[in-house]
Design a protein around this ligand. Structure first.
Ligand SMILES: *[C@@H]1O[C@H](CO)[C@@H](O)[C@H](O)[C@H]1NC(C)=O
Ligand SMILES: *[C@@H]1O[C@H](CO)[C@@H](O)[C@H](O)[C@H]1NC(C)=O
Ligand SMILES: *[C@@H]1O[C@H](CO)[C@@H](O)[C@H](O)[C@H]1NC(C)=O
Ligand SMILES: *[C@@H]1O[C@H](CO)[C@@H](O)[C@H](O)[C@H]1NC(C)=O
Ligand SMILES: *[C@@H]1O[C@H](CO)[C@@H](O)[C@H](O)[C@H]1NC(C)=O
Ligand SMILES: *[C@@H]1O[C@H](CO)[C@@H](O)[C@H](O)[C@H]1NC(C)=O
Ligand SMILES: *[C@@H]1O[C@H](CO)[C@@H](O)[C@H](O)[C@H]1NC(C)=O
Ligand SMILES: *[C@@H]1O[C@H](CO)[C@@H](O)[C@H](O)[C@H]1NC(C)=O
Ligand SMILES: *[C@@H]1O[C@H](CO)[C@@H](O)[C@H](O)[C@H]1NC(C)=O
Ligand SMILES: *[C@@H]1O[C@H](CO)[C@@H](O)[C@H](O)[C@H]1NC(C)=O
Ligand SMILES: *[C@@H]1O[C@H](CO)[C@@H](O)[C@H](O)[C@H]1NC(C)=O
Ligand SMILES: *[C@@H]1O[C@H](CO)[C@@H](O)[C@H](O)[C@H]1NC(C)=O
Ligand SMILES: [Cu+2]
Length: 595
């Protein structure tokens, strides 16, 4: 829900930044390897489990923490099991200079990067030392044979209760490319439970891009307030700003956990600095791990060649800026063929969906691309900070409709069609909820779909408990999912367990248009469905399990914008559930709805 109305804050930032730049340059020049988090000067430890992030947070190695080993180095590793320990806790942090409550993994944000080869086994021990329950979703991975490790609270598991652990243990199957992991428990990921997940292909295709370095660019909007409070305000009868349904507007944006914010006339925060060798080709893996807004990423003076979307290699497509919706990923190649120097890197939070002015909002997150050998204290021209892509004169924005898989796609004909509608409504009790048809999803406490087998026996579309709309298909059906977005907002929809082909889109409602003649449609796992449009997505439903299809905007999912597919339920029911997961359901209890 988002009446279009642009707010105008961008210009206030210019003056503020200059001071910040000087400070930043000093800090980086000292070689503290931080760039990472701005240490809070007067951290006031809040209640209970909340601790002092400035003392807890371990600095990753400056910008180099976001370089990954890369495919060539990883190819030398034999197939293996890769183990990770994730400790979740409540902390105070100041990623963009302003202290806030966070929930993070291993005291860092973005959280630890998982980098593996395609056929490796991954074992992640999640130790929940936070105040609330959690569940970690490995976005975009198929979990074939292990749907119970998909990490979706209410669908594939009960939450991991505070104080308890859960080991996720799975192999990668067919997925390779750029993805991420995040909490799938309420709106918890908004508070910082996010990180990158990179899978290198073991059988590289002819079309595979070649590059000299490989690094991560995790971007997103960011809120200074803990998500619970924002959600409560959002769902209150009067809404967060007096209008029910107006989503919380973020405060700022970040690049790899760093951003800037203007406070009382001076800029606080740090810039992420990426140092790259000249005359080389560099792969940047852009991930929008934010909660609400699209982010437009660009690097001054450097065109970007898009080569991957959500783990799918695409035909090279040169743009000045890449627009990334929440939960989407793109790999781009950047050639350092400009004059050796320093350039602004920009992650501009898009304001199209914002419905009110957020005082102090700074959506123009800046980072620095520096050529190796250039003096570390050099900063790009402050006079250029307001040169946002899209407002410049000759910038070419990426048009997602022009993205084409490098390996030509021939989707099979659909054998089963489901149609759903997306809408938002104020209910009789003055609540504001999101609906798929007439169902607004809410997790059933202690009873996730995959464990209760809700809907497993009833092929077709069925609603249970007034809150669970479950679309069940018995065999390897080829499903066309037709979505009519009746809302005035855009929604980045994500399907768990699969990728889908984008068969067709158009204005208004779907009227029976033929979508079978599309040539080489894009395949991905997260797709932005614009306001008042229809979309047809197709997938081969051959992965046993219960899979969420939902809007990835944190606020929208939390108020119910989710439908479930139960595919090959007989096979799913035949899988042995890990006993510790079953036990955690009795801890969660079946007493009350979570919402
Ligand atoms: C937080 O940690 C820093 C560094 O150890 C310390 O200087 C500061 O006093 C601590 N603040 C609180 C409120 O504990
Ligand atoms: C970080 O730097 C330290 C000290 O220079 C080094 O021992 C460590 O291996 C580095 N870690 C990473 C992830 O690069
Ligand atoms: C994870 O933690 C366990 C228990 O503390 C430890 O034995 C193990 O070595 C750790 N694994 C990794 C990969 O850090
Ligand atoms: C998380 O825990 C805190 C403290 O117990 C509580 O106030 C809050 O409502 C909880 N949030 C959720 C989403 O359960
Ligand atoms: C992970 O699963 C494999 C295959 O079932 C099993 O052999 C291994 O012991 C498991 N590892 C852990 C840590 O549970
Ligand atoms: C590797 O990919 C090629 C081309 O896609 C395919 O023909 C071959 O079977 C694959 N090999 C393996 C071991 O997967
Ligand atoms: C900014 O100014 C306001 C009003 O004077 C004050 O309440 C607030 O504490 C100041 N914030 C900072 C970070 O100095
Ligand atoms: C630099 O490389 C890009 C390809 O990434 C190309 O489009 C551009 O024209 C080159 N610029 C110069 C100055 O050679
Ligand atoms: C890149 O290569 C060109 C041609 O070899 C050379 O003139 C230029 O100085 C190099 N640029 C940098 C930054 O090293
Ligand atoms: C810049 O900083 C890096 C490490 O932070 C250091 O290795 C390098 O020598 C410095 N370069 C210059 C030109 O100061
Ligand atoms: C287009 O971009 C080039 C360099 O990227 C710049 O020199 C030129 O002024 C721009 N043209 C316009 C009309 O903005
Ligand atoms: C949802 O509603 C539409 C329009 O009323 C209807 O055509 C469709 O069959 C419904 N879908 C499901 C899954 O019930
Ligand atoms: Cu949405």
């Amino acid at each position: 829900m988002a009446p279009a109305q642009r707010s105008k804050h961008a210009h206030t930032i210019v003056i503020l930044l200059v001071a910040g730049v000087a400070l930043l340059a000093l800090v980086l020049g000292l070689g503290l390897g931080l760039g990472l988090r701005n240490r809070n000067k007067d951290a006031s430890a809040a209640s209970g489990a909340t601790s002092n992030l400035s003392s807890q947070l371990t600095a990753q190695n400056g910008s180099h923490a976001f370089f990954i080993r890369g495919a060539a180095a990883m190819a030398k590793d034999p197939p293996q099991t890769r183990e990770y320990n994730f400790t979740i806790s409540n902390v105070r942090g100041a990623p963009a200079g302003v202290e806030k409550d966070m929930v993070v993994v291993n005291n860092i944000w973005p959280g630890p990067t998982i980098e593996v080869n395609q056929h490796d086994r991954v074992v992640i021990r999640v130790m929940n030392r936070a105040q609330n329950a959690t569940a970690i979703h490995w976005h975009g991975l198929y979990q074939r044979g292990t749907p119970f490790y998909d990490g979706t609270h209410g669908i594939t598991q009960c939450g991991i209760p505070p104080g308890q652990d859960l080991v996720y243990n799975f192999t990668l199957g067919d997925f390779s490319g750029t993805t991420w992991w995040h909490s799938h428990y309420m709106t918890q990921y908004t508070d910082g439970v996010t990180g990158a997940f990179i899978v290198h292909p073991t059988n590289a295709t002819v079309s595979a891009p070649t590059y000299d370095t490989d690094s991560l660019i995790q971007v997103g909007d960011m809120y200074h307030t803990i998500s619970d409070k924002l959600l409560a305000a959002f769902t209150s009868p009067s809404g967060i700003d007096g209008t029910p349904g107006d989503e919380p507007v973020p405060d700022t944006g970040t690049i790899n956990g760093m951003g800037q914010y203007g406070v009382n006339g001076s800029q606080v925060g740090t810039c992420y600095k990426l140092t790259l060798a000249p005359n080389a080709t560099h792969r940047l893996r852009i991930i929008n791990s934010g909660s609400f807004a699209d982010v437009r990423f660009s690097v001054d003076g450097h065109p970007l060649t898009v080569v991957e979307t959500d783990g799918v290699e695409v035909a090279p497509y040169v743009v000045e800026a890449v627009q990334v919706s929440v939960a989407q990923r793109y790999s781009v190649l950047l050639t350092t063929n400009n004059t050796a120097g320093v350039y602004w890197m920009r992650a501009v939070v898009q304001e199209d969906m914002f419905t009110y002015d957020q005082p102090g909002f700074n959506g123009n997150a800046l980072g620095v691309l520096q050529y190796t050998g250039v003096d570390n204290s050099t900063m790009p021209d402050p006079g250029l900070v307001d040169n946002n892509p899209g407002t410049g004169k000759n910038l070419t924005l990426m048009d997602t409709a022009l993205l084409r898989p490098a390996s030509k796609q021939h989707p099979p004909k659909a054998t089963l069609t489901y149609k759903i509608t997306v809408s938002f409504q104020v209910t009789a009790d003055n609540g504001f909820f999101a609906f798929i048809n007439s169902t607004s999803w809410t997790p059933l406490s202690g009873s996730p779909t995959l464990f209760s087998h809700l809907g497993a026996d009833t092929v077709g579309a069925n609603t249970f408990d007034n809150s669970q709309l479950i679309l069940t298909s018995p065999n390897s059906e080829v499903i066309d999912l037709i979505i009519d977005n009746l809302d005035d907002g855009d929604h980045p929809f994500h399907l768990h367990g699969y990728k889908f082909w984008i068969m067709g889109t158009g204005d208004g409602r779907y009227q029976g248009q033929d979508v079978d003649d599309v040539v080489n449609p894009l395949l991905r796992d997260t797709h932005l469905i614009p306001s008042f449009t229809w979309t047809v997505l197709r997938f081969v439903a051959n992965n046993p399990g219960a899979w969420a299809f939902h809007c990835h905007i944190s606020w929208h999912m939390a108020i119910g914008l989710l439908v479930q597919f139960y595919t090959m339920p007989t096979e799913a029911a035949g899988l042995l559930l890990p006993q510790d997961m079953v036990d955690q359901c009795s801890t969660e209890g079946a007493s009350a709805r979570v919402r």
